[in-house]
Design a binder for this molecule. Structure first.
Ligand code: ARG
Length: 464
């Protein structure tokens, strides 16, 4: 079989080494993007007078036929042809369809810039699906917050009970992180919004291509700054992998929280049967496998980022074949991220809050800060209040009691500032209702945050 570069060589490449270097197996995912890039390039050549109108029309018709065929029949874009990569595949098919005109398409162009443009076009069309999957998980968390209503639960620092919060407030904390992930995708979208074409293999192209018009045709905001940089730049792959890694870190933390909170020890949420698996040995087991897998898969996406940074770091300026390694990392990170977003949304969609358990867990010694605030409201410096309540807590721990068990007399043994009203002041509900800032767990602040999240979800749903 003739390759895109066969003329330089006396014989065929070693079959095994050729297969080793071939990327068609995975870069066929870029099929649609490669054809679109070539359609624009052919128009650019025609406008520059490099292609005759007849050749340009033949190429255009051929590429559109190839695109249609690929869309209608996925088996068409398959491994069987022995092509080195998707670029070789499309060019060979084009020549087979339109003959010599097809052999003029690659004028002034290199696969180095072609793969750079393809990968950018690919990401541009794939990023919205990831954003929608993020929104799908936010939707599931917001719906769960709706099912939890005004239920209270403990919040934790150091995984020790800290202060009462609304269950909805806890769920919205994960929404906040997920929305940062969506923001990071927008930053990647901006980084890739740059046309590589016109860079040639490394030094630019010797034909009068109107790259600004080409950028407009392909929907890029800017034209690349430097042809050498274009040839070897895969920073945007690292940026995407970083966004995916942090996204997976967030999913892993969500998974960890629900693995804990659905355990017998916490019992804050009940896992739906369809989101759990049993044990082959222990009949009582209801395991949160999907959540554990999400947590586990975060490691491999982080591995892709680390691996890719290491692959790039030693490269001399310009294209190096090492760069071909970007695609499997990117595609797997994308697939894994989306699959984990869907799986997590599905599990969260089946969770039932156990209000009695969370509310019970939200009372007791975690109201200590509220006791201190009670004294502060009566004029005591916070440090003194902290010390008094610390001693009170120590006593209650020793006596295995909590604030609710104290008589007024006992309260007053610790400070004369305590009055009858301390009982109403020191409850989980009073605690959340005392919070005043917009990011707090005050029920009104949480309601506003839920409404604002709904607005964000509507905005994402209405994006083109
Ligand atoms: N398959 C190659 C890649 O993914 C395309 C670019 C090939 N360029 C080259 N000079 N061999 O990087």
């Amino acid at each position: 079989m003739a390759h895109l570069w066969s003329g330089r060589f006396a014989g065929d490449p070693d079959a095994e080494l050729f297969a080793f270097g071939s990327s068609f197996r995975f870069d066929k995912r870029l099929f649609e993007d490669d054809v679109r890039g070539s359609l624009a390039w052919a128009q650019g050549l025609a406008r520059a007078g490099v292609l005759s109108p007849a050749d340009a029309a033949a190429i255009d018709g051929g590429l559109r036929a190839i695109l249609d065929r690929g869309g209608a029949d996925p088996a068409f874009v398959s491994e069987t042809h022995g092509d080195e990569d998707v670029h070789a595949f499309v060019e060979r098919e084009l020549v087979a369809l339109v003959g010599d005109a097809g052999r003029r398409l690659h004028t002034g162009r290199s696969r180095n810039e072609q793969v750079a443009v393809d990968l950018r076009l690919y990401l541009k069309r794939r990023l919205p699906a990831i954003e929608r999957a993020i929104a799908g998980l936010v939707r599931a968390l917001v719906d769960l917050a709706g099912r939890a209503g005004g239920a209270l639960m403990p919040s934790y620092t150091h995984l020790r009970r800290a202060q009462p919060v609304l269950v909805a407030h806890f769920l919205l904390s994960h929404c906040a992180a997920l929305r940062r992930d969506a923001g990071r995708l927008a930053a990647v979208r901006d980084e890739i919004d740059e046309l590589p074409l016109g860079s040639g293999a490394i030094a630019g192209t010797a034909y009068g291509i109107d790259v600004r018009a080409l950028a407009d045709a392909l929907g890029f905001a800017r034209v690349a700054r430097n042809s050498i940089d274009v040839s070897g730049d895969r920073d945007f792959v690292a940026s995407f992998l970083h966004a995916a890694s942090l996204g997976m870190v967030h999913l892993s933390r969500i998974a960890e929280d629900f693995i804990l909170f659905t355990s017998e020890e916490f019992g804050f949420f009940e896992l739906d049967d369809r989101a759990a698996t049993g044990s082959s040995l222990m009949p009582q087991k209801k395991n949160p496998d999907p959540l554990e897998l999400v947590r586990g898969k975060s490691g491999r996406v982080i591995g892709h980022l680390t691996g890719w940074l290491v692959s790039m770091k030693g490269l001399a300026a310009g294209y190096n074949k090492d760069l071909q390694e970007d695609k499997e990392a990117l595609f797997d990170a994308e697939d894994t991220w989306i699959a984990c977003l869907h799986a997590t949304a599905s599990v969260v969609g089946g969770l039932t809050p156990n209000q009695a358990t969370t509310t019970r867990a939200a009372s007791g010694l975690l109201l200590a800060t509220d006791v201190a605030d009670y004294l502060v409201a009566r004029g005591l410096p916070f440090r003194d209040a902290h010390e008094i309540v610390g001693a009170l807590v120590r006593r209650l721990v020793d006596e295995r009691r909590t604030f609710e068990d104290l008589s007024l007399e006992e309260w007053r043994q610790h400070s004369p500032l305590f009055g009858e009203d301390v009982r109403q002041a020191v409850t989980a509900l009073a605690s959340v209702e005392k919070k005043q800032t917009p990011q707090s767990t005050h029920p009104k602040a949480v309601a506003a945050a839920l409404a604002e999240t709904e607005e964000w979800l509507t905005a994402v749903a209405n994006e083109p």
